[in-house]
Design a binder for this molecule. Structure first.
Ligand code: VG1
Ligand code: CO
Length: 545
């Protein structure tokens, strides 16, 4: 029997989880007792864990290895019966969700700050997922925060570090530590959903080439196993495939700015037919074709429209859901299919109840997130395989599929403008200024458009009726255009204001405009409403996606 040691501590004020777990600079997490306090607050909130199974893994970023050992020793002290930990402490976010579900664990801890940069000067994060495999709902994260504010001691077993480099079981006190293959369960699940024979045929046909950019992050081994070993893609398909603690010094965010190497490859003539990238923890995805970038909002709409071509979804979709700022492209497909489309606040945790209740099958967010009821997280590689399955069946190029989709449903021009690392007060000031204006806006005309909706989005969960307020300022116009303003809940430096702009276009002659040009008038309206230049002191956004 290993001794449990009780260590006294004092609370940290800043342990409230954001959109997706607790994210801070590595230096913050390295403060004595910081990680331990939060972990103890979590275990206290969960209650009696004796005999339970916990899943544990992370995206391999700097501090992952240290944190894993601490959490293992605290889990043993809390009385967990068994911890399933990915080899070398690694699990992508969607794979962790799959492992929780397959092994009926009570929950899991994922160490990641997702697409935020890593390394000693970068970010670290910790997130708890419940037994359904999904991010803990707000009630749970709030309870953990509450507990963190009064935690005065934590429990830990003493002893040396556990070797995590070999599969198999060891013991830590009374707890079993099982080191599992991080890819195996996930790969098996993908094989159940997609037509691997058709995809294999496409990838070995000699008429199709692709590149997958793992961005030096967690998905390298997953992509190599699935795309190269199982599906026959060329050996050089996976680029930046070795996970590294600082993501090769890069920013593991799969968008046109940070995945530039891939974007440049796709721009070459002749470039690959298909390109994709995923983020730090493997849950985000970017899809590219020759000469075309598929906006994430369009991607979820296109997957919905083509889901009947994919074995795992052939039986039909129960419904779909998108986060509030995501474009309404998928709404049009849902209407055509006669299925429900739900609008939830930003963050994957809000899809959990709908998925658990069988009310939706596919979900998506504008922030490069797509997923389904196969797990309870967004899933980057799943989205790539879904696209490959569609491409294999339809034998059309990515551009043709996108353009045909617009021709059928119209196009929702869409863009997000981020103002990063603002001072907290002016950022909050913009939201408060808009809030104060809301009542006077409906009925007003701006830039030739009539406002028919202006509110601060409140969501009532259709399943458990829980209410989430202040989820973003929505301004809707009579022509279905929208502008949304909200503050990010994942940043670690100052405040980030996100401005989301959307405009619907049905005119076939106007389906191929440059996105920023098409949205120029609406962007000007956003500027007028929020006084962005004046209040941010910036002439332009930091990042446009
Ligand atoms: C952002 C995105 C949101 C996403 C969240 C977590 O949150 O906007 O859609 O769910 O990141 O994704 P925020 O609060 O910064 O806007 V990940 O891949 O960073 O876990
Ligand atoms: Co992520």
């Amino acid at each position: 029997m290993t001794d449990v040691r009780t260590v006294s501590t004092t609370p940290f004020q800043d342990q409230r989880p954001g959109t997706s777990g607790l994210r801070k600079k590595v230096d913050v997490f390295r403060q004595p007792h910081y990680l331990e306090n939060f972990t103890q607050a979590l275990f206290d909130t969960l209650g009696d864990c004796r005999g339970d199974t916990l899943v544990l893994g992370g995206d391999g970023r700097y501090y992952n290895d240290v944190a894993i050992q601490t959490i293992l020793k605290m889990a043993a002290a809390a009385g967990f019966g068994r911890v399933l930990v990915g080899r070398d402490g690694l699990l992508s976010t969607p794979a962790a969700s799959a492992v929780i579900r397959r092994h009926r664990a009570c929950g899991g801890i994922i160490l990641s700050a997702s697409h935020n940069p890593g390394g000693p000067a970068g970010d670290f994060g910790i997130k708890y997922n419940t037994g359904n495999g999904g991010p803990a709902p707000e009630q749970v994260t709030e309870a953990v925060f509450e507990r963190s504010q009064s935690v005065d001691a934590y429990c830990i077993v003493d002893g040396g570090d556990i070797a995590l480099d070999r599969l198999g079981a060891t013991r830590l006190g009374n707890m079993a530590v099982e080191v599992v293959d991080p890819v195996q369960d996930y790969a098996a699940l993908m094989g159940e959903l997609f037509d691997f024979d058709r995809i294999h045929e496409l990838l070995t046909s000699g008429r199709f080439t692709m590149r997958f950019d793992a961005m030096h992050a967690i998905n390298g081994p997953y992509a190599r196993t699935l795309l190269v070993d199982r599906l026959g893609a060329a050996a050089d398909t996976v680029m930046n495939g070795e996970p590294s603690p600082d993501f090769g010094g890069g920013h593991p965010d799969p968008n046109l700015v940070h995945a530039r190497e891939l974007v440049e490859l796709l721009d070459r003539d002749p470039g690959p037919d298909f390109g994709a990238a995923t983020d730090g923890d493997g849950d985000r995805n970017m899809i590219l074709g020759r000469g075309v970038f598929v906006s994430p909002s369009d991607s979820v709409a296109i997957l919905t429209a083509n889901a009947h071509l994919v074995p795992g979804y052939r039986a039909g979709l129960a419904g779909v859901a998108r986060s509030m700022p995501t474009s309404q492209a998928v709404d049009r497909v849902a209407a055509e299919l006669g299925i429900a489309c739900y609008e939830t606040p930003t963050g994957w945790k809000f899809f959990g109840n709908l998925l658990d209740a069988g009310m939706v099958t596919l979900c998506g967010e504008e922030s490069f997130g797509t997923g389904s009821n196969h797990v309870r997280e967004k899933d980057g590689l799943w989205a790539v395989l879904f696209w490959l399955n569609i491409l294999a069946v339809r034998r059309r190029s990515v551009a043709e599929i996108v353009h045909e989709h617009w021709a059928e449903f119209g196009r929702n021009y869409y863009s997000r403008h981020d103002y990063e690392a603002l001072d907290g007060d002016p950022a909050q000031g913009i939201i408060e200024h808009l809030r104060a204006e809301l009542n006077g806006l409906p009925g007003k005309s701006l830039g030739g458009r009539q406002i028919n909706l202006a509110d601060d989005f409140t969501y009532t969960d259709p399943v458990d009726r829980s209410v989430s307020q202040h989820q973003g300022i929505r301004i809707g116009f009579s022509d279905d255009s929208r502008i949304v303003f909200r503050l990010s809940g994942t940043g670690t430096e100052g405040a980030t204001l996100r401005v989301y702009v959307e405009q619907y276009e049905a005119d076939r002659a106007r389906l191929h405009l440059d996105t920023q040009d098409a949205l120029a008038e609406l962007i000007a309206v956003a500027e007028r409403l929020a006084e962005l230049k004046l209040r941010t002191g910036r002439n332009a956004p930091t990042v446009i996606t």
